[in-house]
Design a binder for this molecule. Structure first.
Ligand code: SF4
Length: 481
């Protein structure tokens, strides 16, 4: 061991610091956790702060909250691991005052205080606003799929059930055929199939019959409840596509809003919809409320493009930048797209690619939308009609709120750098959260418990960001006011 740095002899008497506080320096994040939880009015947040009149005294909710916040900040989310850490981790000994709740008490606290824990997460975002860390005017919105405690094999759609039952029926027919052939051969030649082989075939048959019965029970449940998907382990989780290149995951789609200046997560919502298109106004409004701003800008990707959602945002003073997906049937078969027709508001008419004016004719309703219809009567003589329409004339429909969508498109055309700003702002947030969560993202089942877990992750993430931006001493000053 010569010429290496040597540790202390274990048997040597040493003078360790006299109090636990000496082990926790002024920059230690546990001081921020301690001060933040102590500043909260836990009774107001619906925690049970009244001690029980009888029986063994319980742990104060503040202690349990500190324990959980420490755990989520340090990627120790399981109640059993937290129990172990309480006994050996000096920071936790400092934070809890040497208390050592058992894993069941720890797990029960998280399970029983879901909505109050979610409020704590909001309180930290409010603190960030109060110390002017949410002064950005632009937010990025995105959703990401987080894995649930539900294996893909335990999640079913009608199509998957149909496919699997067909495979099982085929396998059962094959094995029954094998037994029939064995009987036939024995009758004709007296040769007997080896006992091991017969026993294996019978086991396989029993296995497939049992699986078919289970799947038929799932099918029956779908018929009764009208569900289109059933997940057996976590009933609220859903199989959903991530990207076209990656396989589906069984989990939750977590909607998040991140502000573009300090990259703090200002709002989040756990959903089990596999798509984002209905979430734009919900998330943008949540961000606007939290940031207490009269006008914010929201950037989202094309998965969020939905006219009604965009209009709801714009009417509430939220300027949206969202790219339009290319879903035109006409363009897909090589004909002119609606974007090739230029609207002139002063004349309330469109100019087509052949330079003709398409004028207003009538208004109708389709799928709850009020649409104005435009066309020209000269399409029959048009030299490029084959590239435009297969009908008598090309008709262009204009939604009553199309002007708002045009404004959103112009905003994007004027500043295309907004789209990469969205990915730069929000995608690393999802990456960090998922790295912290480990291989299976959520540890709990059902939407309400998963939402609690997500709130703890978001709270830990925001605290980590704030500490990185202003440091522990300034955060402590801000908390103490
Ligand atoms: S078919 Fe009609 S709408 Fe289309 S380009 Fe020709 S004139 Fe214009």
């Amino acid at each position: 061991m010569k010429r290496f740095i040597e540790g202390l002899d274990r048997g040597q008497t040493s003078l360790l610091p006299e109090c636990v506080d000496d082990y926790v320096d002024d920059e230690n994040p546990v001081r921020a956790i301690d001060a933040f939880i102590d500043m909260l009015d836990l009774a107001l947040l619906n925690f049970d702060v009244e001690p029980k009149a009888t029986g063994r005294p319980g742990y104060h909710p503040a202690t349990m909250l500190k324990l959980y916040l420490y755990g989520y900040l340090n990627q120790v989310q399981s109640s059993r691991r937290l129990e172990r850490e309480c006994a050996r981790n000096l920071e936790l000994i400092w934070l809890t005052g040497s208390l050592k709740p058992d894993f069941k008490t720890i797990a029960d606290f998280r399970r029983d205080n879901g909505s109050a824990i979610r409020e704590v997460c909001k309180q930290f975002v409010a603190l960030c606003r109060d110390i002017d860390l949410l002064d950005a005017s632009i937010v990025a919105i995105d959703g990401s799929k987080f894995k649930a405690v539900n294996a893909k094999a335990k999640s079913f759609t009608r199509e998957k059930l149909r496919r699997r039952l067909a495979e099982i029926d085929e396998a059962i027919t094959r094995y029954l055929g094998e037994l029939d052939r064995a009987d036939e051969v024995m009758e004709k030649t007296g040769m007997v199939m080896p006992e091991a082989r017969i026993s294996r075939v019978k086991k396989k048959l029993a296995h497939f019959k049992k699986e078919a019965a289970n799947l038929r029970a799932v099918e029956q449940r779908m018929d009764t409840t009208g569900e289109t998907q059933v997940s057996l382990t976590d009933p609220d989780s859903r199989a959903m596509a991530t990207t076209s290149k990656q396989p589906r995951v069984v989990g939750y789609n977590v909607q998040c809003v991140v502000e573009t200046k300090h990259h703090l997560l200002v709002a989040h919502e756990v959903t089990n919809h596999g798509y984002d298109r209905d979430a734009l106004s919900m998330m943008a409004h949540a961000a606007k409320d939290v940031m207490a701003s009269d006008a914010i800008e929201a950037i989202a990707d094309k998965g969020y493009y939905k006219g009604e959602e965009i209009v709801a945002c714009e009417l509430d003073g939220i300027a949206v930048t969202v790219s339009k997906p290319h879903t035109s049937n006409a363009a897909a078969v090589g004909r002119f797209d609606k974007a090739d027709f230029i609207y002139h508001a002063d004349k309330d008419a469109y100019v087509c690619p052949a330079g003709e004016w398409l004028t207003y004719h009538y208004t109708n309703e389709e799928d709850g939308r009020t649409l104005r219809n435009y066309w020209t009567n000269v399409c029959g003589q048009c030299p490029v009609k084959a590239k435009c329409t297969t009908g008598k004339e090309r008709r262009v429909k204009r939604w009553e709120h199309e002007e708002i969508l045009d404004r959103v498109q112009k905003r994007l055309d004027d500043d295309p750098a907004k789209i990469p700003l969205r990915s730069k702002t929000i995608e690393h947030t999802f990456g960090t959260l998922k790295a912290w969560m480990g291989a299976t993202h959520f540890k709990m089942k059902t939407m309400k418990h998963v939402a609690t877990e997500m709130a703890l992750h978001v709270l830990a993430y925001n605290m980590m960001r704030v500490i990185a931006i202003i440091g522990v001493p300034r955060l402590l000053e801000a908390i103490k006011g």
